[in-house]
Design a protein around this ligand. Structure first.
Ligand SMILES: OC[C@H]1O[C@H](O[C@H]2O[C@H](CO)[C@@H](O)[C@H](O)[C@H]2O)[C@H](O)[C@@H](O)[C@@H]1O
Length: 567
């Protein structure tokens, strides 16, 4: 893998690295395209087709497809294509099989001791029971013949987010683990970490998700936080020892090559920070038909490739998609994620440095601990110099200068993105910041005035763009990190604001569950009990991180007997 060591994306042409995909994925994209044209469905989901497994072998299926196209003179009939798919493929999802989690019991001992209200307790037990629905293991068929599948052969049992997300996702796993810890399912939580370590050993980083089409990018890096959370509950030294080499490898991935950028501040001091940068410049296979359409008005080949890279890099950020990444919102073709130094990514990497320092120290490796402590101090300074905006009381994403390929770039105040996003408050989650009482006061007051705090939680942004990582959607991970940051500070006021947000979030999740019988991937923070929408796929249910955050909030704040739960 050649990852260039420069700001390779300082113009609209594309020169960055590409990790090739498999012939099976490319073939399934062709089937996806044919299905869109032939089935003409309103709710067409392109991902379904790249999740299919082959029944026999690749060349027989490819030959069959070419013959079908030839005989139909390229215009396939609905019956013809349906017949072909039935003949050559297993249904999507057959590559993962249900498995009862080894440590699931209907009511774990010591479960949510602070939840006194019987109605909330009964619901929490139902949410806890959802782990059984989301629990899977990779089927034996995949281990025997991995070349027939796009699912990757993970060694341990997994938790999937749910619905169309039939595979493991990286950052989702952090909140799944937080929920599993509240559910006392420590073994399942460790199995998830083991799978992510496996991905690092195989690919050098944790993939966006455990599918062959996700090998060209990562997602918000939270493995160290997962290990830290499990260790804090279980004291499992074996897990720490096993994780450390993988965490060092992952740290190197984020801190070298295309992900790394140097900025010189107003005092001529150099700071190293990081950005999202996918190693891909074609349509995302899971959304190939959508990306192809979005790029249809871009005629220049290199500009098209550049657009596709920005799309994939936005997916790496976990915020796919948002006005946050657009030069000219809400025009999706102006996505420019690789030209942004994101506040949240750098907060996660600061957390990684602190976690590695902590974990190395508990294993007795003092020199690694020292090294990472130093790195964390440098990053804290960098975050302050580049992102902090004292006037707004927020940390702001930083736009890289496109006009120059020179490094280091010189910091300019006008390059801070002054738009309000929930990510502007994520550094609060990190101890280095929430331990500073006066800083917390300032940031909390800014949050209260920001317009993000709504009846049913924290909005993702203030712009209603129709994209899913924008207003009025609220996402469980964003609620959790901001609430936890405020809640861990020494300020009584901040802790009460944290509890207030958590209560609103729990209420909307509860009301939504009672109304629809399910947990949702995202919620509408304007209306208690309503799920969110927008974006390129229909709203999903299940749902891993939402369940995890509700359980973690209930564990932290409890629910008194006499507090009303409805909206
Ligand atoms: O299929 C489109 C995109 O779907 C994923 O993104 C969304 O779901 C993920 C799983 O819950 C979540 O981690 C991500 O934040 C969501 O935006 C996937 O991660 C994308 O790569 C994919 O293109």
């Amino acid at each position: 893998m050649a990852i260039t060591e420069s700001l390779s994306n300082c113009s609209s042409s594309d020169t960055g690295p590409v990790i090739p995909t498999t012939p099976l994925v490319t073939f399934l994209e062709r089937v996806q395209e044919a299905a869109l044209k032939t089935f003409n469905e309103t709710n067409f989901d392109p991902k379904l087709y790249v999740d299919l497994s082959l029944k026999l072998d690749f060349s027989t299926a490819e030959k069959g497809f070419d013959e079908l196209r030839k005989s139909a003179n390229a215009y396939l009939s609905v019956e013809g294509l349906k017949g072909f798919i039935e003949k050559h493929f297993e249904g999507a999802g057959n590559d993962m099989v249900y498995v009862q989690p080894v440590d699931f019991v209907p009511e774990p001992e010591g479960f949510l001791p602070k939840v006194e209200n019987p109605e909330v307790r009964a619901w929490a037990l139902e949410v806890h029971a959802l782990w059984k629905n989301l629990s899977r293991k990779v089927s034996d068929e995949v281990h025997k013949r991995p070349e027939l599948h796009t699912i990757l052969p993970l060694p341990e049992q997994v938790m999937i987010p749910g619905s169309r997300f039939r595979e493991v996702y990286y950052w989702d796993s952090y909140w799944v683990i937080r929920g599993l810890l509240a559910s006392k399912m420590h073994e399942t939580a460790k199995a998830i970490v083991t799978n992510l370590i496996y991905l690092i050993e195989e690919y050098g980083y944790v993939l966006n998700g455990a599918r062959a089409y996700y090998t060209n990018r990562s997602q918000p890096p939270l493995l160290s936080a997962m290990v830290h959370a499990i260790y804090s509950r279980t004291g499992d030294m074996q897990l720490v020892r096993k994780s450390l080499p993988a965490l060092l490898k992952e740290y190197h991935f984020w801190n070298s090559g295309i992900h790394k950028v140097t900025i010189q501040d107003a005092q001529s001091c150099n700071h190293t920070l990081n950005r999202y940068y996918a190693m891909w410049n074609k349509p995302r296979p899971e959304s190939s038909t959508i990306d192809t359409k979005s790029a249809s008005n871009i005629s220049n080949v290199s500009e098209k490739q550049h657009f596709y890279r920005e799309v994939a890099s936005s997916a790496e950020s976990g915020w796919d998609f948002s006005t946050r990444w657009m030069r000219n919102p809400p025009d999706l073709t102006t996505l420019a994620t690789t030209s942004i130094l994101p506040v949240d990514l750098n907060a996660y990497i600061l957390r990684m440095e602190l976690d590695i320092a902590f974990l190395a120290k508990v294993t007795g490796d003092n020199s690694t601990a020292e090294h990472f402590l130093k790195a964390s101090q440098a990053r804290k300074e960098a975050i302050k110099s580049v992102f902090w905006n004292a006037e707004m009381g927020q940390w702001l994403d930083y736009w890289l200068n496109d006009s120059t390929c020179q490094e280091p770039q010189t910091w300019e105040a006008c390059n801070q993105n002054k738009n309000v996003f929930a990510s502007n408050f994520i550094p609060l989650w990190i101890e280095s910041f929430h331990s500073d009482k006066s800083l917390v006061k300032k940031v909390m007051e800014s949050l209260q005035k920001s317009g993000l705090l709504r009846a049913a939680g924290i909005a993702t942004s203030l712009t209603n763009s129709g994209e899913q990582w924008d207003f009025p959607n609220g996402w469980a991970p964003l609620q959790h990190m901001i609430v936890e940051g405020l809640g861990r500070s020494e300020s009584k006021k901040a802790r009460s604001v944290a509890e207030d947000i958590a209560v609103r979030w729990i209420r909307t999740n509860y009301a939504g569950y009672k109304k629809t019988g399910t947990m949702h991937e995202k919620y509408d923070v304007e209306k208690c009990g309503e799920f969110g929408g927008g974006g390129e796929y229909v709203p999903q249910t299940g749902f891993g991180w939402s369940n995890g955050v509700v359980l973690a909030f209930l564990e932290e704040f409890g629910w008194p007997q006499d507090r009303k739960i409805g909206c």
